[in-house]
Ligand binder design. Structure first.
Ligand code: IFM
Length: 471
């Protein structure tokens, strides 16, 4: 998708009177981002960057199986090699550190570290130990997600997230990881984006394991949240000094008109995107509207489950990308009404920073026990090319600047936001869209594995350097 030139114009370097180029990224002087304790980092995920899927005892994951099926991933791409990070991790950490990024959010591949009997795979564990130790040596804050969608295939063969037992297996996995890695992890997130695991994986089949049934989605969600709730006390017991939380992708829904029906449609959009996850975590109950939207999909909930799920959190990770404009479908649901003439990214997603601000402020009102927030992912895909050794990703520079301004506005409105992670450190395997969609602030040439720092990363690095130099 072509960039909307008018919308990105403030990202283009413009000549100023002394002949220097204006910095199109740096936040204004009164921005809370200048606070040195506002963590600025970058994020990745195991299956999207590691490759080495058959090495050192790693078992197959649902994404190995899914991406091998014809038609499931654009161009038939798989994560078999990805960014070859499993072999290039040292250089990648050097690169991260050279940009001055203060935090790194990574995920652990469950099938790399545990065998089918639940026993540790030492070689896989050693990979993460080396990685985390190096990050600590560099003074980088480590944020580790236990589950970023690469479920071991042997667990899917027994029902995956439709099987309650998977939640208990997850708690065992969290136990092993927190015993082995305690002291090297500053923050543990149990799950990344349970909405995607449940809805895209079991509800509409766009993601692994590719099942499509509304009742599956709600049951899978319940078991995912149960897994999270069972893991939290285990992490607390094994690694008391670290922070514990979960990461949710949130969606802004706006109504296509002022009509009561369209307003209700926008409300329901946000119920299924946000309240479906946040209500059980923070209120200990599923939102009843969810089952008006999706009648007959109530999951099987056992006594005590909701209490387990709503265990107190040290932080909530928020991933935000775009908004969705909706209208009533004429029945009990909503339908998308894509807006015309708005700025979009290579994914076709609308650029809408106000949505992030509005959601954060709204959550702060709705949930009295809202924990401190980290923006654990935000970024955009563009069709970036290396020209004369440079990548001038002007739309991303503008995107990041505007979303960081939205974060600042939310902070000023009273939301406790402690940090922000760029998605992503480098271009990587974008799930069903393969390698075509480039989200990185570092470009990856997949034929040579050469990394090229994009202009956006240079500007973030420049800002961090200036911030560090401040008295
Ligand atoms: O690449 C993904 C990531 O794995 C989860 N959050 C959204 C990103 C962009 O689609």
């Amino acid at each position: 998708m072509a960039n909307d030139a008018s919308a990105v114009s403030d990202a283009r370097p413009s000549a100023v009177s002394n002949g220097a180029l204006a910095d199109p990224f740096s936040p204004p002087a009164d921005s809370s981002l200048w606070r040195k304790n506002f963590l600025l980092g970058a994020a990745t995920a195991s299956y999207q960057i590691e490759g080495a899927v058959n090495e050192d005892g790693r078992l197959p994951s649902i994404w190995d199986t899914f991406s091998a099926k014809p038609g499931k991933v654009l161009a038939g791409d798989t994560g078999a090699v990805a960014c070859d990070h499993y072999h290039r991790w040292e250089a990648d950490i050097e690169l991260l550190a050279s940009l001055g990024l203060e935090g790194y959010r990574l995920s652990i591949a469950w099938p790399r570290v545990m065998d089918a009997a639940g026993l540790p795979n030492r070689k896989g564990l050693d990979f993460y130990k080396r990685l985390l130790n190096r990050l600590k040596e560099k003074g980088i804050t480590t944020s580790v997600t236990l589950y970023h969608w690469d479920l071991p295939q042997h667990l899917e063969d027994r029902g995956g997230w439709l099987n309650r037992d998977t939640a208990y297996r997850f708690a065992d996995y969290a136990d092993l990881m927190s015993r082995e890695l305690a002291g090297t992890v500053d923050a543990w997130a149990t799950l990344n984006e349970p909405w995607c695991s449940a809805y895209l994986g079991y509800g509409n089949g766009h993601h692994a394991p590719g099942l499509a049934d509304g009742r599956f989605a709600t049951q899978a969600m319940h078991h995912l949240l149960l897994a999270h709730g069972l893991a939290i006390p285990v992490l607390r017991a094994n690694d008391p000094a670290s922070q514990k939380g979960i990461v949710a992708n949130i969606g802004r829904g706006t109504a296509n008109s002022d009509s009561a029906a369209d307003q209700r449609a926008a409300h329901l959009f946000e119920v299924q995107h946000n309240a479906w996850i946040l209500d059980p975590l923070l209120k200990g109950a599923y939102p009843q509207d969810l089952f008006e939207l999706w009648p007959g999909t109530e999951p099987l909930v056992l006594d005590g489950d909701m209490q387990t799920i709503s265990a107190p959190l040290d932080f909530l990770g928020i991933n935000y990308y775009f908004r969705t404009n909706v209208a009533s479908d004429g029945a009990h649901g909503f339908r998308d009404v894509p807006l015309e003439g708005v700025e979009r990214t290579q994914m076709g997603w609308e650029v809408h920073p106000d949505g992030l601000r509005d959601l954060l402020i709204g959550f702060n009102r709705t949930y009295r026990n809202l924990p401190p927030i980290y923006i654990t992912e935000n970024g955009m895909a563009s069709d970036d090319k290396v020209i004369d050794g440079h990548v001038d990703d002007t739309q991303r520079i503008s995107f990041l600047k505007r979303h960081l301004a939205a974060v600042d506005q939310a902070i000023k409105a009273g939301v406790d936001i402690r940090g922000y992670f760029l998605w992503s450190l480098m271009d990587n395997f974008e799930w069903a869209f393969g390698y075509e969609r480039r989200f990185g602030v570092v470009h990856v040439d997949y034929s040579t594995q050469k990394r090229t720092v994009k202009r956006s990363a240079e500007l973030v690095a420049k800002f961090l350097k200036e911030r560090k130099a401040q008295a």
